[in-house]
Design a protein around this ligand. Sequence first.
Ligand code: PMP
Length: 334
Amino acid sequence: MKYAQSVVDLIGGTPLVKLNRVTEGISATVLVKLEYLNPGASIKDRIALKMIEEAEADGRLRPGGVVVEPTSGNTGVGLALVAQQKGYRSVFVTVPKVAQEKRDVLRAYGADVVVGPSGVSAESELSYYGISDQLAAEIAGGFKPDQFSNPAAPHSHYETTGPEIWEDTDGTVTHLVVGAGTGGTVTGTGRYLKEVSADRASGPVRVVVADPDGSVYSGGEGRPYFVEGVGEDIWVKNYDPSVPDEEHAITDAESFAMARRLATEEGLLVGGSSGTAVAAALKVAEGLGEDDVVVAVLPDSGRGYLGKIFNDQWMIDHGFGEVVSTSTGSELAV
Ligand code: PMP
């Protein structure tokens, strides 16, 4: 019989798939890693498992404990399912910008969700960081994994995401393209791939950050943007700026147009940050030859954004597309 002992054992081991249509005119091979195939439907299952396992191992999380985390949703889902399977309660703090569907998913796993106010500074007691600090301190057995500074987050990518990409490309990957929110993915995956390829004749893997235009990681001032999960308005601990070799600033319009193309042309229903990653990957790949292998990590599914990126009216209302006449009527041009 072939089965997993629990859903937690199905985290990681996600496949790579080649892009065939959006890459028209590009000689390099562009592969994407489908993180929505994790049980919680995002890359964050990986860090959730590692953060909880390390906290159990060193006693920060004990039987009867409660996991408390500020999260835009995906980390919450990962933590909710791992915590639940291991017998802990979970409480999440989010901001109003996060899609309603994401909060509903957390509640569906049995987690509690607190929505903080928008437009408060990161240092404020009322920021989602501040509220979660207070809850973690006040709730008995409270444990805040803190994905922004917990070294277990980059470790999980160093131990799983990086080796998976190296093995699945037989050591031929030349470029890694990833978004950065908490920075765990780029720091852990990028560091592993650079180390393992350091002595390769063709040179080390080049690490590229696909960043929302406005985010500090690509030189912005932290002004707001719509794409969720990536970019930051402050530098965070788990983002190691020595790992990336280059950063590309991608606009919301580019990210969303690419997310829609991935759905309609490649059969990949993925989120906005996946659009950001592929838009940057194609810019990188344009200058490359046929021996180059570009791997972009696609963090989550498009299911959480059906009311936004994949909703024509929402796109029009937010200035990301216009209705154009066609021979059969009209459609949204993005
Ligand atoms: N995309 C989405 C949709 C996310 O939720 C996250 C996590 N914040 C990321 C990308 C970025 O990953 P990381 O936090 O590892 O930098």
